[in-house]
Write a protein that binds this ligand. Structure first.
Ligand code: CP
Ligand code: NVA
Length: 313
């Protein structure tokens, strides 16, 4: 059903996309959001495998509901006790699944697991979060920003907290979209330098910029968007207490967000820990658009499934 194509056949990282790819994903998501019934049969008889090594609410439900609403179905593979590649090789998992299903979403610890799946499977593979990246989240978040601001140009975006998977994918998207992107983390928790370099190279071409600084008060000045994520990601549970003391000055509370633009919006990928990375008064305020972000996971991922999995019309 889809005539327009992405430049990629898998979604592993935002860094593999072009700015035109992102525009196509956003325009498709807008149509899917406005007129979902026009797309009710575009994935008839298609099946998506969901491989999850880590827990999920949003990613699991939105991919499942997204498939059903376009006429397809999904099958959930719980890998929380057996990591991908342990019972059998990732290559064999890929070579089996491609005989039965039409696409794979994988949430794994190692980013390489998703890369290996895509290398061995002829069907599309979508990264549903790894220790390094969270591309579906970043696309949904910038789509949400695009809805609010009409454009992503001339925006100052400030990510506060841990230089983690969500931060990496947001930064890569910001580079392609011409955003002025600030990251503020405690020393030692900065984003991956290779990703900073890749995003900075994109930003140099799009009029954006990437800055990594330690002082959160300096970073949020005039920001249009203040974003945070958990201080300890999935897999880092043993570090929760130690991280809570290191990150204490990086809580997004009223005192911090009031230094941003007066109309600044608050964003969080969720799940959130009120009283840790974000104060209740901020996440539950009128500035907060966290549930719009969560809703848009559905529309953006439907767009990805449609663009990657539907038959050419
Ligand atoms: N934001 C996000 O990916 O949520 P889940 O971990 O619940 O899927
Ligand atoms: N950084 C978080 C994101 C959860 C959606 C984690 O990896 O746990």
């Amino acid at each position: 059903m889809s005539n327009q194509k992405l430049s990629v056949s898998d979604l592993i990282s935002i860094q593999n996309l072009t700015t035109s790819d992102i525009s196509l994903i956003f325009s498709s998501a807008k149509m899917l959001k406005e007129k979902p019934l026009n797309f009710s049969g575009v994935l008839n008889n298609k099946t998506l495998a969901l491989i999850f090594e880590k827990p999920s609410l949003r990613t699991r439900v939105t991919f499942d509901v997204g498939m059903t609403s376009m006429g397809g179905s999904s099958v959930f593979l719980d890998h929380s006790s057996t990591k991908l590649g342990e019972r059998e090789s990732i290559k064999d998992v890929a070579r089996n699944l491609e005989r039965w299903v039409d696409g794979i979403v994988a949430r794994t610890y190692k980013n390489k697991s998703v890369i290996d799946l895509a290398a061995h499977a002829k069907i599309p593979v979508i990264n549903g979060l790894t220790d390094l990246l969270h591309p579906c989240q970043a696309l949904a978040d910038f789509f949400t920003i695009y809805e609010r601001f009409g454009s992503t140009n001339n925006l100052k975006f400030c990510f506060v907290g841990d230089g983690n998977n969500t931060c990496h994918s947001l930064m890569l998207a910001a580079g392609l979209l011409g955003v002025s992107f600030f990251v503020t983390t405690p020393p030692g928790f900065e984003p991956n330098p290779d990703i900073v370099e890749t995003a900075s190279k994109s930003a140099a071409l799009t009029g954006g910029s990437i800055r990594v600084i330690t002082n959160p008060n300096e970073a949020v000045q005039q920001a249009n968007i203040v974003y945070t994520d958990v201080w300890a990601s999935m897999g880092q549970e043993a570090e929760i207490e130690q991280r809570a003391s290191v990150f204490v000055d990086y809580q997004v509370n009223d005192s911090l967000i009031n230094q941003a633009d007066k109309d600044a919006l608050f964003m969080h990928c969720l799940p959130a820990h009120r009283g840790y990375e974000v104060a209740t008064s901020v996440i539950d305020s009128t500035r907060s658009i966290v549930y719009d972000q969560a809703e848009n996971r559905l529309h953006i991922q439907k767009a990805l499934l449609y663009l990657l999995m539907s038959d050419p019309s």
